[in-house]
Design a protein around this ligand. Sequence first.
Ligand SMILES: [Zn+2]
Ligand SMILES: [Zn+2]
Length: 241
Amino acid sequence: MRYLFSIVILFSLLSFTSCKKERIGADKDYKELGSSAKDFLTSTRYPSILVEVSYMPGFAPDRAVLTILESFLISNLHKPEGVSFQLKEIASKKKESLNLDELVKIEKETRSLFTDGNQLTVHILITDGLYSTDQSLLALSYWNTSICLFGKSLQEYTRNLNQIPRVAVVGTLLSHEFGHLAGLVDQGSPMQTQHRDFSNGAHCNNPQCLMFYQIENGTNLLSLPSLDSACRKDLVANGGR
Ligand SMILES: [Zn+2]
Ligand SMILES: [Zn+2]
């Protein structure tokens, strides 16, 4: 009897596990960065974007930051049904820094919205620490619909801003990350002219461009750059506006 009881428990655990997997339905997310570029740029499959923001305590994004990001997305992507946001607070891991494996694990524990039907979704994780691999990094995009902001690095970086509004800085940084999801540079949206900075990953070689690599560590962020014409042309050629 006892044995049978254990089997029943085992079976219900198994079915719970498989149900959970099915419910998660992340078959269109957790893919290589840039692989959904066309889905971001065009409205054919996904006429809108839903952004889920999971933030650790004390690091909720300002509304104004999301408004800046929204206007970047509306002006570069064909999303006639718009962009919406869903925010939720998640528990702190109480660690000074987190590595990529840990970020992935947190996203898998907390993400509840996935690309499905006609809804393209993105998950933004905002931690309360630093990135352990590169402590100067403010943000990172690591999969086709996954972004992380390092809350503590960003807080320290924006602490002493004088004339420049903090929300504009964070909005610009997030726009850079969405540039990666849209396939820049040459990772999902093929280059129309040679402007990739090959020694610094999928970035643009123009220091005045939003997609320059030093945006992510803040060095070139304070000028609040926008996309240069080379990056804009790549997006348009792949279906963007
Ligand atoms: Zn970047
Ligand atoms: Zn560029």
